[in-house]
Write a new protein. Sequence first.
Length: 350
Amino acid sequence: MKTRLRGILQAFLLVGWAAFLLLRPQQAAQAVTEGLALCAGAVLPALFPFFVCTGMLNALGLTQKFAAAVCAPLARLLGVSRDGAAVWAAGLLGGYPAGAQGAAEGYRDGRLSAAEAEHLARISNNAGPGFVFSMAGAGIFGSAGAGLALWLCQLTSAVLLGVILRDHAPRPQAAAARANAAPPLPFSAAFTRAVKTAGRVSLSVCLIVVTFRVLCGALDTIMPAETPTVLRIFLSGVLELSGGTALLAQAALPRVSAFALCSFFLAFGGVGVAAQVASVMQDAGLRVRGYLRAKLLQGAIAAALSVPAGLFLFADRQNALRLAVLYAAAGTICFIFRKVMAGNLRAKRV
């Protein structure tokens, strides 16, 4: 019964999409144009050079050296190997879907097991600092301070997500992974492979971005004119990140509410980003189970953290400080409770 209902829903969505393309060709063409402009102006400049750089680091064996040197505390915190911690850090800095790409390359190179790569794909994908500071901070709120606060909320939510899901992480097998790792390539071979891989992945990501821009256009067409602004923005942001943030910049919402909603969008990433992650992982023969659930949890954490930050920036700083103290106290209690229940109150591990 469940499979039948799923098939009916999929058929209904495809028929509706085809109707949109046939009945509103101008809107569909405009959505494609916007998607291509987004890829040329933001997606490719941010992702392609970063993919080439990380591909070179992996192929030359420098990622392993970095992981061995500085990633031990982060690995213990997240319950992953040191190579996995390096992938998590790259995903935090590289933008969607750099974390998934790093996990897939780590699996191909033999540094990560399939289970750990799939777990990292759930916890290591985040909006890049450039997008957060320019598109969200300056573009929506006209403030570099707002961009910094949004990025710190995302950073904190990413760490908390990794800690919460560490019990679901596979046991790290760093020694076995290093033993099976591919040897470093010569510089010229590493460069060629990195450029080819980055080009293929970037093209796939751009095609998905364009497709979801068209889906957002279809959604905007079928929604009644009296649809509440907040609902319209939320549905667009859940479907595709950049579309939701663009609508948020044009809406006359209370700034604290807009700040929390923007923080949710950035941490969640949207269904379009989930499709990008799935594409990257499938190319490596991997799957990602529970990705949307994990990102919804991260989005909720980021939105909750952004409330005191939004109050501090835009409204009542006294209430913001009180709420931040309350969050800190609650987090400390949860941390102590976790260690007591795990029987490691005096141990160094989390």
